[in-house]
Design a protein around this ligand. Structure first.
Ligand code: SF4
Length: 428
C-alpha cells in the first residue's frame, strides 16, 4: 500500500506532512494531481517520499484513470481554480486562476459515465458558471447545460457552485429549456448585507441576488433553492446581520449551509479589524438557524400532496433500517424517505420510484403514499421504474462479492475507465 496526501492543505503544509508522518509516500498539490501515478511510482522505486507542488496548473488533467463511489451518480469537474478574490477564501492563493476543461473532454466523460450506468451527473467548479472565461466564451456554461440535454440516457443534471455575479439569464434559459437539468439551484449568498459583501469582495449585492431568484422561479416555479451563509464576518454589525435575516426571509431557501466565520490563515479577512467575539457570532448563528429551520419546514410542508420522482440512493437515510423507509432524492434534490407496500421487493439504488409526499420535516420529506394516502379519498401511490443505473448497481454488488459481472451493452462488453474523480492506482 502507498499513501498520498493531496489538495489545498497538503500544498500549504507540505514540509510538515512528511516530517510528522514519515510513512506518507507522496505529497502533491492542487495543480499536479495528474502527476500522481508518476510520483507514486517514483516513491516506490526510490524508497523515498516525493513532495511535488506546482505553482500553477498547466493543463486540466482530463485523462486520469478514476473510480467513482456510486453506480448511478457521478461528479464531473468542468473547471478548477477561481478568478475571484473573496477575502475569506483560501482557494485563489492555493488553486490559482480558473482553468477550464474543453467541452469535448467533458461531454466524452459524461457519455462514458452514462454508458457505464450513471443517470445523474453533477458538474463541478469553484465558480462553475464562469466556465468558458479561459477560452473567451461567456455563454459557454449555458451551452454546456444544453449539450447535456442531448446525451441519451442522462436523466438528471445538476451543478455546483455558481457565483451570483456571473449568473446570467442565458443560464436560466438553458436550465428551464433543458429537460434533464433539474429544478434545483445551490447559489451561495454568504451575506445579505451589501457592506459585508463588499468587505468579502463579493461583487454582487443583495438586490441582484434576489433578482436572480425571482427570474429562476419565474421560469422554474418548482425550483428548490439552497445556499451558503457566513455569520460573523469581521466588522459585521447587528444591522448587517439584520440584512442577512431579511434576505433569507425573502429568498425562501429550501435549506442553507450556515457557517460561523473563523479565521483562515493566509486569507485577507484573517487580519481584518473587527473580528467578532465567539459569543456574538454564536448568538447570531442561532438566530439564523432558527429562521432557516422555520422556512425550511414551511417550504417542505408546501410539498405535502405532491407526486415526486425519487432516485433511490444508497446511504442517504441514516435511519432507513429503523423506519423501514428507503431514501432518495426528488428532482429538486430534496431528501425523501418513502414507505414500501407490503411484500414488495426493495428498489435498488439507481431505480426511480414515484410516490406522493405525506408529511414533512425541515430537512426531509416523508412519502408514505404506498401505505397511507394523504387524504381518505386519494389513491395509494407507489410505482418503481427499474433503470440502467439500478442494473449498474447490481453489477457492482456482484463484482464486490467476487462474481464476474458482464459490462454494460453500451461498452460493447468491454470494461470502461471513466470519470475525473479520485484517481485509482493500478497494480504494477
Ligand atoms: Fe473562493 Fe468561491 Fe470566492 Fe472563488 S468565488 S474566491 S472559490 S469563495
Amino acid at each position: 500500500m502507498q499513501i498520498a496526501v493531496g489538495g489545498c492543505l497538503a500544498q500549504k503544509d507540505q514540509g510538515a506532512i512528511v516530517e510528522k508522518a514519515p510513512w506518507v509516500d507522496v505529497v502533491f498539490g492542487t495543480h499536479n494531481m495528474g502527476s500522481l501515478p508518476v510520483l507514486l511510482e517514483r516513491a516506490r522505486h526510490n524508497r523515498e517520499a516525493q513532495v511535488e507542488i506546482l505553482e500553477s496548473l498547466e493543463v486540466f488533467p482530463s485523462t486520469l484513470p478514476t473510480k467513482r463511489e456510486s453506480a448511478y451518480a457521478a461528479w464531473v469537474s468542468i473547471s478548477v481554480g477561481c478568478n475571484n478574490t473573496c477575502t475569506f477564501c483560501i482557494v485563489p492563493s492555493l488553486r490559482g486562476k480558473e482553468k477550464d476543461r474543453r467541452p469535448g473532454d467533458i461531454l466524452a466523460e459524461v457519455q462514458a459515465l452514462v454508458d457505464d450506468g450513471a443517470i445523474e451527473v453533477t458538474l463541478l467548479g469553484q465558480n462553475v458558471n464562469s466556465y468558458g472565461v479561459e477560452f473567451g466564451d461567456r455563454q459557454a456554461f449555458g451551452k454546456l447545460l444544453r449539450a447535456m440535454g442531448e446525451i441519451d440516457g442522462l436523466e438528471r443534471v445538476r451543478f455546483t457552485s455558481p457565483h451570483p455575479a456571473a449568473f446570467t439569464d442565458d443560464v436560466i434559459a438553458a436550465m428551464a429549456e433543458t429537460p434533464n437539468v433539474m429544478p434545483s439551484l445551490h447559489m451561495p449568498l454568504q451575506s445579505g448585507s451589501d457592506g459585508i459583501l463588499k468587505a468579502m469582495r463579493r461583487s454582487y449585492r443583495s438586490a441582484r441576488f434576489l433578482g436572480i431568484l425571482d427570474r429562476v422561479r419565474e421560469r422554474m416555479p418548482d425550483a428548490a433553492i439552497t445556499t451558503d451563509i457566513i455569520v460573523g464576518f469581521p466588522g459585521e454589525t447587528e444591522d448587517d446581520f439584520a440584512d442577512t435575516l431579511r434576505v433569507v426571509e425573502q429568498s425562501r431557501f429550501s435549506s442553507a449551509f450556515t457557517f460561523q466565520y473563523s479565521i483562515r490563515p493566509g486569507t485577507p479577512a484573517a487580519t481584518m479589524e473587527g473580528q467578532l467575539p465567539k459569543e456574538v457570532v454564536q448568538e447570531r448563528y442561532d438566530r439564523l438557524i432558527a429562521l432557516q429551520e422555520r422556512i425550511s419546514l414551511e417550504e417542505n410542508r408546501a410539498q405535502i400532496g405532491r407526486t415526486v420522482e425519487v432516485l433511490v440512493a444508497a446511504g442517504e437515510g441514516k435511519k432507513d433500517a429503523e423506519t423501514h423507509r428507503p431514501s432518495g432524492r426528488a428532482e429538486d434534490n430534496r431528501l425523501v424517505h418513502f414507505a414500501l407496500p407490503a411484500g414488495v421487493e426493495e428498489p435498488r439504488p439507481g431505480d426511480v420510484v414515484t410516490v406522493r409526499v405525506t408529511s414533512a420535516a425541515p430537512h426531509f420529506l416523508i412519502a408514505d403514499s404506498a401505505v397511507a394516502p394523504v387524504a381518505a379519498d386519494s389513491d395509494r401511490l407507489f410505482a418503481v421504474r427499474r433503470t440502467r443505473a439500478g442494473d449498474a448497481w447490481d453489477r457492482r454488488q456482484a463484482e464486490s462479492c467476487g462474481v464476474p459481472a458482464s459490462a454494460p451493452a453500451a461498452t460493447g462488453g468491454a470494461p470502461r475507465a471513466v470519470g475525473l474523480g479520485m484517481p485509482t492506482v493500478r497494480p504494477l
